[in-house]
Design a protein around this ligand. Structure first.
Ligand code: CP
Ligand code: NVA
Length: 304
């Protein structure tokens, strides 16, 4: 097992399956409110350079349930890379804590944090990827479809950090992944190649939602302007309008299509209220499962 959780593609298929199996076991323990304290007397540092609801609440709740203490370090607390160099913060945190989870802007910064850290580093989102989210999404699909391989996953929207993690996953787990995005908003080319070179998945980029969505098992979307791009939101709205996930698109996707969104959603933009609230929407299962899958990741990284 790698020392850190930075990219899904750093793990073998068997290691990824081990995380899913562990999540399944501890989800049951959590639901039963069992006493389970593998992290007794341990601490987790949570560094956030960007806002968060799910990541903050799920890591803190999960780690404390497992007997540990979680420390929230918000955007105005330690000033990582601003008040103090990343490599210094990394070695400092390693002296006090047992695990560090960080949500940073620049992907290079999490690589540097990991490079200098003697404790496991978990990537809680960067501008490049969001591995905890997509491992959770895989787990959630598994729960709903009773399998996670050879499913058609249609992502509709911006070729962003969420897509990069799906592509990282596709390099290890067999899926049929289609990224349906406007021209000029395609994901990173090297990451597309990594997914294709994995040799187990079918990977396509399309600019036509109505043609590409048919027979989807999952229709997935995310905001059109990510954190750090919010000033572009209005300009992007015009470009992305034809890529809205609405009931018409879901009908075309077919009867077995589930709707997924990492959240937070901007209702009325990338997704309509009707789709968010429909029976096929599993967005809050996804949100809940963040807690269980991240707990599994932290256990596996800690060798527990
Ligand atoms: N999906 C997700 O990571 O949500 P937050 O930004 O609220 O943590
Ligand atoms: N792409 C979004 C994901 C939020 C969880 C962002 O980076 O803001």
């Amino acid at each position: 097992m790698p020392n850190h959780f930075l990219h899904i593609s750093d793990y073998s298929k068997n290691e990824l399956i081990e995380i899913l199996e562990t999540a399944k076991t501890i989800k049951q323990k959590f639901r039963n409110r069992e006493d389970y304290m593998p992290f007794k007397n341990r601490s987790l540092a949570m560094i956030f350079a960007k806002p968060s609801a799910r990541t903050r609440v799920s890591f803190e709740t999960g780690f404390e349930w497992m007997g540990g203490h979680a420390l929230f370090l918000g955007p105005n607390d330690i000033g990582i890379g601003k008040r103090e160099a990343i490599k210094d913060i990394s070695r400092l945190i390693s002296r006090y804590n047992d695990i560090v989870m960080a949500r940073l802007f620049d992907h290079e910064h999490i690589l540097e944090l990991a490079n200098y850290s003697s404790i496991p580093v978990v990537n809680g989102l960067t501008d490049y990827n969001h591995p905890c989210q997509i491992m959770t999404d895989l787990f959630t699909v598994w729960e709903h479809k009773n399998r996670f391989e050879d499913l058609k996953i249609c992502y509709v929207g911006d070729g962003n950090n969420i897509v990069h993690s799906w592509l990282n996953l596709a390099s290890k787990i067999s899926i049929n992944f289609v990224c349906i995005c406007p021209e000029g908003f395609t994901p990173d080319q090297k990451t597309i190649e990594l997914a294709k070179n994995g040799g187990c998945s079918k990977v396509d980029i399309s600019h036509d939602p109505y043609a590409a969505i048919q027979n989807a098992d999952v229709v997935y979307t995310d905001v059109w302007a990510s954190m750090g791009q919010k000033e572009e939101a209005e300009e992007r709205e015009e470009i992305f309008k034809p890529f809205q996930v609405n009931k018409e698109l879901m009908t075309l996707a077919g009867d077995s299509a589930l709707f997924m969104h990492c959240l937070p959603a901007e209702r009325g933009r990338e997704v309509t209220d009707g789709v968010m609230e429909a029976d096929y929407s599993i967005v809050f299962d996804q949100a809940e499962n963040r807690l269980h899958v991240q707990n599994a990741i932290m256990l596996v990284l800690s060798g527990l």
